[in-house]
Design a protein around this ligand. Structure first.
Ligand SMILES: Nc1nc2c(ncn2[C@@H]2O[C@H](COP(=O)(O)OP(=O)(O)OP(=O)(O)O)[C@@H](O)[C@H]2O)c(=O)[nH]1
Ligand SMILES: [Mg+2]
Length: 203
């Protein structure tokens, strides 16, 4: 099921509140509005990006220790649900914890929900990992509407960012039809563009 553009007329990103966290996919309530889901490896900057989008410093918990977000966290942004998913591919956690995380992520996406947009985060500095490639293949195979957001652009020069952007697009096999944005939660780069893109989809 995809969200149909009818009920949300405008998106005020300042109207953001924390809704709830869930530790198993069975606990997830049915969708109440269009869902914008944030996925990417642990430490890529999902929670930081959410805070930036919502004009908040610490509504979503950020940590330099990978694996900070171990539950699916819902935020209400002016009637839309922004969903912070746990990061995949964190080597430091126990097998049982990893299994719980994949259950959460796969369980979430296998439900009938109002998936409006999946924001796939990838660190602009590195070659995509197998898990990054798997994430893109997964959203493509599931026919989910998605956009790719490169994070931590402040760590590179503008020239390096442009170079990495085209290299990564190529290695991820992204066609020209896929929205690709370069962002920095540190500097605010690309945040307005991403807000406009999200609003254009759920508005
Ligand atoms: N320089 C820089 N650092 C960033 C940026 N975004 C996030 N970080 C840092 O990267 C680390 C991880 O950020 P989080 O937002 O917690 O990452 P996450 O993807 O939510 O991580 P998990 O919850 O473990 O999946 C923190 O130390 C952030 O301060 C950015 O745009 N620039
Ligand atoms: Mg997080």
């Amino acid at each position: 099921m995809s969200w149909k553009k009818d009920s949300v007329k405008n998106v005020n990103f300042h109207k953001a509140t924390y809704t709830a966290s869930y530790g198993t996919s069975a606990q997830l309530p049915a969708s109440t509005g269009p869902e914008v889901s944030f996925v990417g490896r642990s430490n890529v900057g999902k929670s930081s990006l959410l805070n930036k989008l919502m004009y908040r410093k610490d509504l979503a918990k950020v940590s330099s220790t990978p694996g900070k977000t171990a539950t699916i966290n819902f935020y209400d942004v002016d009637g839309a649900d922004f969903v912070d998913l746990p990061g995949y591919g964190f080597a430091g956690v126990a097998k049982s914890e990893k299994a719980r995380w994949s259950e959460l992520i796969e369980g979430y996406f296998s439900q009938t929900r109002a998936f409006a947009l999946v924001v796939c985060l990838i660190d602009i500095r590195h070659e995509p990992s197998d898990l990054d490639l798997g994430m893109i293949r997964f959203v493509q195979d599931m026919n989910l509407p998605f956009a790719v957001v490169f994070t931590k652009a402040d760590k590179l020069s503008n020239q390096q960012c442009n170079r990495q952007k085209s290299l990564l697009k190529k290695s991820l096999g992204l066609g020209e039809d896929v929205a690709v944005m370069v962002t920095s939660s540190e500097k605010g780069t690309g945040i307005d563009e991403l807000r406009a893109y999200i609003a254009g989809i759920i508005d």
